[in-house]
Write a new protein. Structure first.
Length: 110
């Protein structure tokens, strides 16, 4: 991985958010624990071939979002798998922005 892997800010997603990830065919993978404009991390027991592009579906029950995205499995960390988004279209980017905005906390001003 290059130094660019941290180019986008990441937001921790609480378990209460009910944002989860499925395969394009509907198989449940697990809850999304981190989300950013560049990708996400999902808590899952499934194994993925690193570097392989696949179609996934991000579901945010609270916002009614069911968005298919292309992503590449980049790394495994503990029980999580990190995915990089592959060419998000405008609609997907907007919906991911909605999810990020919902859980983004601004640093306190002094």
């Amino acid at each position: 991985m290059t130094d660019e892997r941290r180019r986008f800010e990441r937001i921790s997603i609480p378990a209460s958010a009910r944002i989860h990830l499925q395969t394009a065919s509907g198989k449940e993978l697990g809850p999304v624990t981190v989300l950013g404009r560049g990708g996400l991390m999902v808590e899952t027991q499934e194994s993925f071939e690193l570097g392989k592009k696949m179609e996934l579906k991000i579901i945010d029950e609270g916002e009614g979002i069911h968005r298919k995205v292309a992503a590449i499995a980049r790394y495994r960390q503990g029980t999580g798998v990190g995915f990089e988004f592959h060419h998000l279209d405008a609609d997907a980017a907007v919906e991911i922005g909605v999810m990020i905005g919902k859980y983004y906390s601004h640093p306190a001003k002094r």
